[in-house]
Ligand binder design. Structure first.
Ligand SMILES: CC(C)(COP(=O)(O)OP(=O)(O)OC[C@H]1O[C@@H](n2cnc3c(N)ncnc32)[C@H](O)[C@@H]1OP(=O)(O)O)[C@@H](O)C(=O)NCCC(=O)NCCS
Length: 156
């Protein structure tokens, strides 16, 4: 049951500019071709974009655990980026952020949530399947490395 697996000790909140150093640290640890600082700053300024973070409840205790970026355009929520700090994985933190994004999308009357995932990223593919995302089609050579993307979709 998704609710039972949810991470304890973190709260989900909107990111601010002050979170960007920690977000960049996680981004560089998580991806071979990380987004730039400019990209995150741009997301914070776009009205249809939302960047959320999983932040420790206890002040000053541990660093940011993870973040998720989504766009909400017309009736579609698109998840652009999600990552969790390596030492904090497998505690339900990504699941918690995904759950927040999906709940918000439903509340705002989105009809579908979409995302792209590397074919080789079995951890992320399992995460999305846990939310009943379906693998719809391939984007051949979508990533810079030449790897294919799988387009996944969750009808709300
Ligand atoms: C993918 C990622 C975000 C998952 O974060 P996480 O907080 O560890 O995930 P959760 O603990 O919430 O796991 C939820 C579910 O995802 C799946 N999952 C997560 N990590 C997994 C792994 N290493 N292997 C297999 N399944 C995994 C499981 O189904 C898991 O549920 P379970 O624990 O009940 O089996 C994290 O591994 C990460 O940051 N990876 C690098 C960045 C990345 O690939 N982002 C996705 C881009 S599309």
């Amino acid at each position: 049951m998704i609710a039972e697996a949810m991470a304890e000790g973190v709260k989900i909140r909107d990111a601010t500019n002050l979170d960007l150093p920690a977000i960049m640290e996680i981004e560089r640890l998580a991806f071979a071709q990380p987004w730039s600082l400019d990209s995150f700053e741009r997301e914070l300024s776009l009205p249809f974009s939302r960047l959320i973070v999983a932040s420790p409840m206890a002040r000053g205790a541990s660093p940011l655990a993870g973040y998720l970026c989504r766009w909400l355009v017309a009736d579609e929520c698109h998840i652009l980026n999600v990552a969790v700090r390596p030492g904090m994985r497998r505690r339900g933190i990504a699941e918690r952020m995904m759950s927040d994004a999906i709940t918000e999308a439903k509340a705002k009357n989105a009809q579908v949530v979409t995302l792209e995932v590397r074919r080789s990223n079995l951890a992320a593919r399992r995460l999305y399947r846990k939310f009943a995302f379906e693998e719809r089609r391939l984007r051949i050579g979508y990533y810079g490395s030449g790897e294919d993307a799988i387009v996944m979709e969750l009808k709300l």
